[in-house]
Design a protein around this ligand. Structure first.
Ligand code: PLP
Length: 493
């Protein structure tokens, strides 16, 4: 049985169901598996499996307190026809890489891969644990998590969901997706601050005993739909296994040969899932971590020093990666330190106090499997234009950051190991930047940009993004950075 421990050393191990309900550990650490399970089936034996079957070879290994039947029901409810691609996740060759298209779900970003299943995992966990409180999902979003979580949890019995996004810090399409969300249990607020402010504010509520006491009086408990929740991370492992199986199937690799992965990174959840896939037995040689101008991770991978002091926060055309404090890095530090919770706790306290920390030589050694690079906004647009003109393949801005960093990696290392690029969003979600990148006029209005992009490229507009402009705004609240708790409290009344 896999148990979940806190990255910050508290000895109070939990089952996966308990960890999913709680979201974050009582010492504010993140839950991590106490051992890495092996895949239940070799990749070369999964060539005929569909996406659901591959997920069924991964999830039970991590969520070992759920029954096979419980997980099968969760997987089948999640990965069904709400995904607009029949394969759920197509793997498409373009340029010198394979694109793992993770964005064919309801909200047109990769967050749907985990957030389509998290509500099922959570409600199943609540039944298993005889949890009678209402679970309040509290979420900070840089744009995509919020909508995917709202879609997943809307009108799910026994839950309320409250989302905070940086007002003015998300794309027009992202904002409209969230503020038009239906469902009696959904609550959405802009905050006057950036994503880090939203995430810090949410984490503060999680750590506040007075808030917990007041919630308990309302018969409520908090949980999280951010990638700090292990129930979000584990489903993401499945698509790296899927990617490897597809490369075997397409004859790109023979069983056992390694692939590289390239991940446009913000909170470090997606790339950490690739690391977990490797621990399960998928041969991954390099983890190429791509950042935008908020390149704290590039510098960290190159120096072993994580330093946010004096760093300016940039609002870029890949807003879902506009992040300086990457939460899930804490999990990698824990694993690379040899599960040393005391060491991780000290590093995280250093980050809070001094805005920086330096890792041990042992952790630095472990980071050698990672390559860090970044792309500017101009380079991002250039990459989109180049691949579209060259091959007619359309990338969104986040995926383009990864593509650009991958080109630089190839130049620098001459490494030709086949690489899978995590393709994290539909180009239509960031249509203003994408239209400009392929030589169409600049649009200030995201909805006009969607129409123009569709007219010029003929690429189908995802269902979730059509008619967005006409939908009624149902959430218009904007709060100050220190007003998050008040907003949660009044939402629950
Ligand atoms: C969330 C997001 C990312 C960053 O993923 P992390 O798991 O936070 O590193 C990248 N691209 C898009 C489109 C996203 O929505």
């Amino acid at each position: 049985m896999i148990r979940y421990k806190s990255t910050r050393g508290s000895q109070n191990a939990k089952s996966s169901a308990q960890a999913i309900i709680r979201g974050i550990a009582e010492d504010r650490g993140l839950y991590v598996p106490d051992a890495f399970p092996a895949l239940s089936k070799a990749p070369e034996d999964m060539l005929d499996c569909d996406y659901r079957q591959v997920a069924a070879a991964v999830l039970p290994a991590f969520l070992s307190d759920y029954t096979q039947e419980e997980l099968r029901a969760c997987i089948e409810s999640a990965y069904d026809s709400k995904f607009e691609a029949p394969e759920v996740v197509p793997v498409v060759k373009a340029g010198n890489a394979w694109f793992l298209e993770l964005y064919h779900g309801k909200t047109a970003a990769f967050k749907d891969m985990a957030l389509s299943i998290l509500p099922y995992l959570l409600t199943t966990a609540m039944k298993k644990e005889k949890e009678e409180s209402k679970i309040v999902i509290l979420t900070a979003t840089s744009g995509d998590t919020g909508k995917a979580a709202l879609e997943g949890f809307a009108d799910v019995a026994g839950t309320e969901i409250v989302v905070f996004y940086p007002a003015g810090g998300v794309s027009q399409v992202q904002e409209r997706q969230m503020v038009t969300q239906e469902g009696a249990n959904t609550h959405v607020f802009g905050i006057r601050g950036n994503f880090d402010d939203a995430q810090t504010g949410v984490k503060r509520i999680f750590g506040d005993e007075a808030c917990a006491a007041e919630l308990l009086k309302m018969n409520c408990k908090l949980s999280s739909a951010n990638s700090i929740n292990i129930g979000r991370l584990v489903p993401q492992v499945a698509y790296y296994v899927w990617a490897y199986v597809q490369l075997l199937k397409q004859g790109v690799l023979k069983a056992g040969q390694p692939m590289n992965v390239v991940v446009p990174t913000g909170n470090f959840g997606n790339i950490l899932a690739a690391y977990y896939a490797k621990q399960m037995g998928i041969p991954i040689a390099k983890f190429i971590c791509a950042s935008n101008e908020n390149k704290v991770l590039t510098d960290f991978i190159n120096t072993g020093v994580y330093d946010i002091s004096g760093r300016q926060f940039h609002v870029t055309n890949s807003p879902s990666m506009d992040i300086l404090i990457s939460s899930n890095l804490e999990r990698l530090l824990y694993h690379l330190s040899g599960n040393d919770g005391a060491q991780v706790k000290a590093l995280m306290e250093g980050l809070e106090k001094d805005k920086k920390y330096q890792v041990s030589d042992k952790i630095k050694e472990g980071l050698k499997d990672f390559y860090g690079g970044f792309a500017s906004e101009a380079q991002t647009k250039e990459a989109i234009g180049q691949l579209y003109r060259g091959e007619g393949y359309l990338m969104d801005t986040h995926t383009a950051v990864a593509y650009k960093v991958y080109q630089e990696y190839r130049e620098a290392t001459k490494d030709e190991t086949p690489a899978v690029i995590a393709s994290t969003a539909s180009a239509y979600k960031f249509a203003e930047a994408v239209t400009a990148a392929i030589g169409l006029p600049e649009f200030r209005n995201g909805f006009d940009a969607i129409s123009a992009l569709n007219a010029a490229t003929g690429v189908r507009v995802p269902k979730g993004l059509s008619n967005l402009e006409g939908r009624k705004v149902l959430h218009s609240g904007v709060v100050e950075k220190d007003g998050l708790w008040e907003a949660v409290r009044t939402s629950l009344k």
